[in-house]
Write a protein that binds this ligand. Structure first.
Ligand SMILES: *[C@@H]1O[C@H](CO)[C@@H](O)[C@H](O)[C@H]1NC(C)=O
Length: 392
């Protein structure tokens, strides 16, 4: 009896060990950065570096007027959390019109780790987009190498995801995908179109089972058509080179302007979902919707659920505005991430949603390795970078 009771007590103690952290992190400080926009934080794959020096925050800036815009980086931010006002945020380059998201570039792509920065937007003078690779293992960085230098139209580029599109063992980019012929950091990669007319701003990759096989799928937000769609290939080997085998279908006909999509297991039940940030042009209000993958994504309806709304954008000169922007999933602390909920499943993560055209874009990371997440907010209109932490 006594033995049995001790076990029960021990279990109760474990469950109660980690309380759910409050949603709001603690303000650490701010520093001026004019037109601070898209921001991402990446931890280097180089484990020989000190943990604090593996982190870098990248920030794009864009001025609706004028020529090329600066992109910035802040190295080793975890060393300077006690004095954010003195941050020396350095200009990394000044060669792109309207830089968008800085995406991570693993060394497996080109032989060295780096970032690839997409650019271009629909405002006059800013439409000539690029996909610029930088080798960040060197200081100053090596580059840029514009892999889209052969494009003949004024494309705007928004996101790069690395994927093997023709199953030859090298990695590609879609929905326009760029063929990595093995030249690594180099200009002008051969471009291949997966689809024209529908997909525009953002997309996400997911593998789904249906009819006894796995399909490599692309969930796509169609900003201008105000739809959410899914693309896949009927190719037995998931090879995207034969366009006759590429299929698509609309998941939600009336999603609103879709800025971004993110695939994750948001409720941590072991099954993937995706969420979309959508702006209802009829209401002038933005929302976040979670979509559940049905048994057969090729034929079944996708049940969906609005989890947040009330997002209102600022007006930006000469361009369509919307809010919210990019969603990210994170745990406020390592202890909460490692803990289990009362049902024995992991705790549900927090969902961070950038405001986009309401002037706030965000990223996160445990920059100083204390087990608590930091959050960086780029305030575009006010020209400030704000830093928060979940550390007590
Ligand atoms: C990347 O930079 C390093 C220097 O840190 C250099 O040795 C290497 O050759 C570069 N790699 C490529 C592919 O440019």
């Amino acid at each position: 009896m006594g033995w049995w009771l001790r076990i029960v007590v021990a279990v109760v103690v474990v469950v109660a060990a980690v309380e759910k952290p409050g949603w709001q992190p603690r303000f650490l400080g701010q520093t001026a950065l004019k037109h601070a926009a898209f921001t991402e934080a990446y931890i280097s794959e180089d484990e020989t570096l000190d943990y604090l020096d593996r982190w870098t925050i990248y920030i794009s800036t864009f001025d609706p007027f004028g020529g090329v815009d600066n992109v910035y980086r802040m190295r080793s931010p975890g060393r300077y959390l006690d004095d954010v006002a003195s941050w020396q945020v350095e200009v990394m380059d000044n060669s792109a019109f309207w830089p968008n998201n800085p995406d991570y570039l693993p060394s497996s792509i080109g032989g060295a780790e780096g970032v690839i920065w997409s650019s271009g937007f629909l405002v006059p003078g800013k439409t000539e987009g690029q996909l610029q690779m930088y080798n960040t293992t060197k200081d100053p960085v090596l580059g840029p190498y514009n892999i889209a230098s052969k494009d003949t139209l004024a494309w705007s580029y928004h996101r790069v995801v690395w994927k093997d599109m023709d199953v030859d063992g090298s990695t590609k980019h879609d929905l326009l995908w760029f063929e990595n012929t093995g030249a690594g950091f180099s200009e002008g990669w051969p471009a291949h179109v997966v689809s024209s007319g529908g997909p525009d701003v953002h997309f996400a990759l997911v593998t789904l089972s249906a009819g006894g096989r796995d399909y490599h799928c692309i969930v796509v937000g169609e900003f201008f058509n105000e739809k959410v769609s899914i693309y896949w290939t009927e190719s037995e080997t998931n090879d995207w080179t034969d366009l006759d085998l590429v299929k698509s279908r609309v998941i939600n006909e009336k999603a609103g302007q879709v800025f971004d999509v993110l695939v994750d297991d948001f409720n941590r039940d072991g099954v993937l979902e995706f969420c979309a940030t959508e702006f209802r042009t009829d209401l002038g209000v933005g929302q976040v919707t979670v979509y559940f993958f049905p048994d057969d994504f090729r034929t079944d309806e996708f049940p969906h659920l609005k989890i947040a709304d009330g997002f209102r954008p600022n007006q930006v000169f000469g361009s369509p505005t919307m809010s919210p922007g990019t969603p990210k999933v994170y745990y406020p602390s390592k202890a909460y991430a490692d803990d289990v909920a009362e049902d024995g499943l992991p705790h549900k993560p927090f969902l961070l949603v950038s405001g986009d055209d309401d002037g706030r874009k965000m990223t996160h990371g445990d920059f100083n390795g204390d087990g608590y997440e930091e959050v960086v907010v780029a305030g575009y209109t006010i020209g400030q970078l704000y830093v928060y932490t979940y550390a007590p």
